[in-house]
Design a protein around this ligand. Sequence first.
Ligand code: GKR
Ligand code: MG
Length: 426
Amino acid sequence: MKIREMRIVPVAMADPPLRSAFGLHAPYALRTIVQLTTDDGITGVGETYGGAIPLRDLTAARERVIGQDPYNLARIEAAIAGDPTAAPNRDRAWEGTLSSPVQSFSPVEVACYDIIGKATGRPVADLLGGRFRDAVPFSAYLFYKHAGIGGSDGLAGDSTAAKERDDYLASEALSPEGMVRQAREFMDRFGFKSIKLKAGVLPPDEEAATIEAMYEAFGPDVPLRIDPNCIWSVETSERIGTRLEGKLEYYEDPTDGKANMAEVAKRVAMPLATNMCTTSWADIPETVERGSIDILLSDHHLWGGLGATVKLAQLCRVFGWGVSMHSNSHLGISLMAMAHIAAAIPNLTYACDTHYPWQQEEVIVGGKRQFTDGNIVIDDTPGLGVELDEDALGRLHEQYQRAGLSKRDDVAEMQKIEPGWKPVRY
Ligand code: GKR
Ligand code: MG
């Protein structure tokens, strides 16, 4: 079997005005869809970061992918990423603004697994070690947000479409009460059993008060996490961590860098998790040496695919780290790739993150995937279990062309409503 075609489609999907330490989400989030077709007519899909750089790199990889056997993943990886026996480098794609060859390989690899699954009649999870679980738990991922729903009609939150809605997608949530309301809606609608709060937005004590309000509202049986995206100092991380001891299941990226994370780990009695301090294979030795983390938040888009994630989870086991999963804004193809790999990793110790409930649009047949009691269920459908909806894909591609965005820039977006805004370090 040979890959005959590689199609690369940049898309933009409506994204609500969510806040993080980086600033404000733009009205559209960008993604790139990859579709491979084999000489016997089987198609496979993958999805990754969006914008000009992933598009450029995937386009450059196309000629090296066409003609390859989709089963021969090591050769395809070598063709895209270079010498597979060389030392790993630290290159990374930070949400579409940088790129590295392993990240270009990731959506191609996912599409190859989709093809192999269809050719063998097995779901992708069965190709990655087998379904250790059929139902993959996801966590409610809460964001402080401005009113509005994203897209062309939701920019400043004062559009009619946004005003008419009174739900988690449209409402403002910038206080502990607003976040408890958002959390309740996430749990009622999707059945999530744990909650992650994206922090780094308000003064840290107000964010700690938000966690306390959720602890009060949902009790000790709903695990809570907080993630300020490294914007706090070691001292602030220690103070807030100490205040929240006993209320968090883990503390995600409170501060920046392996040395600072290691310092916080010594001072605060709860597990530290990361998707920012350890983001490549080259980061592992120093992370182990310093004792910077207890939990690694894997991400197949970042680490080089589904096979790489199996290896990473095994490495986490060796170092006694827990494993969970990081997320960005994404569509259903990524959701299903995340769910298949999470189904196959025995030591997935925590519910996975996902931005998916914040997305209103889809590119797959049947529209948005549904959570069952907070889980994505992997059934026996061969491959990833998704097919491209060509009309929807065309719409989101046109939206990409009209949106005029070439990368994620949350600072620029924030400055549109607060001129001169800069990330605030506490
Ligand atoms: O979308 O604003 C966001 C998030 O902060 C995202 O950029 C992070 O990558 O969700 C992510 C995280 O867990 O750090
Ligand atoms: Mg994080």
